[in-house]
Design a protein around this ligand. Sequence first.
Ligand SMILES: *[C@@H]1O[C@H](CO)[C@@H](O)[C@H](O)[C@H]1NC(C)=O
Ligand SMILES: *[C@@H]1O[C@H](CO)[C@@H](O)[C@H](O)[C@H]1NC(C)=O
Length: 388
Amino acid sequence: MALPIVFAFLFISFTLAQSTTTFNVRSYGAVADGRTDNQKAFVRAWTDACSLNGASIVYVPRGVYMLGPVVFTGPCKGPIMFLMSGVLKAPSGPTDATTWINFRSVNKMLMKGGGTLDGQGSSAWPYNKCDQNSNCKQLPISLKLDSVSNSRFESFRSVNSKQTHISMFGCENVNITNVEIYAPADSPNTDGIKMGSSTGIRITNSKISTGDDCVAILSGSSGIDVSNVVCGPGHGISIGSIGKYPGEKNVDGVSVRNCTLRGTDNGVRIKSWESPNAAVVSNVLYQDIFMDKVQNPIIIDQTYCPYASCNQQMASHTQIKDVTYRNIWGSSSSEVAVDMECSKKFQCKNLVMTDINLASHKPGVSLKSSCSNVIGRVFGRQNPRPCF
Ligand SMILES: *[C@@H]1O[C@H](CO)[C@@H](O)[C@H](O)[C@H]1NC(C)=O
Ligand SMILES: *[C@@H]1O[C@H](CO)[C@@H](O)[C@H](O)[C@H]1NC(C)=O
């Protein structure tokens, strides 16, 4: 079934790969008619590729493949490429699965090929309902990476996910580059790229238009690098929310550079719940960021308490410290362009703002900044006038 071919150049960074073996999903009976479910063919192709002693390629040729929820499990015996040139279409409607395409425990994987993941979200979004404690019906995440390490995901599109487009948990050294993410501005909970308990994640050269956060960095993330990403519409680049659950881990080392936010609700945001759950957010750099008609270009919100379950009497127990904003310019669509509401119990410490140059997108309106419980310093140009 497998076609052995010499394809080593595709694995340039995957050393030791002299030759690779290709496992074409069509040879496993996959039908690209957009209707037949191809779950079995895809999983069998993956399983054979993964158990090969050496480098392998799971190849999805051009065409539209209906694909039910799949789990591609490792560890694999060698480096593995998921070469997706076709369009994968999720089943329509809400499903009981919490993930659609799930890679688990895979090391040295490369996904590329210019293909598309079509989550068929519009058939499921009406079922997205949350209760008053913010517990929502879990629609499936389009691409979920669990314990994936030393891997690259590049050159593909994700459209109309039912929930988050790409979500990572327990991942290490994963680069996501040249991806295009799209869902309508009013699609619920369609985060672009979300991560938790992950280390060494790089997101570069990508375009994310969606209904929720562009990038969301959650509990236990460290060494996160976001650069050359264009966001909008959506809710912007977020750290948090932090502190909703007990036992959340710290977020340390986040760099967001050379990004554009276009028409988003927030630009760069750090958000934590008013709760007794302790965590630290530290070593964050936002540099060379262009805001284009962003509602809240620079925002820290530690007074987040939208539901009855959190205790408004209590301050956030998330400590935010060592955050630098450097060279942020463009336009704000609200009057308060810099809004920093830090915890009254754990003041924000060592916030540094250098060269902030924001203007209202409406002529003649001057912008303001607002802050509480902030200890920091400012350098260079400051527009609006700093509040600390
Ligand atoms: C991700 O990118 C960084 C910086 O270019 C590089 O050092 C690292 O090796 C890359 N990781 C993978 C898995 O390709
Ligand atoms: C910054 O991002 C823009 C695209 O938004 C890109 O054209 C430019 O090369 C990037 N600059 C650097 C220094 O990476």
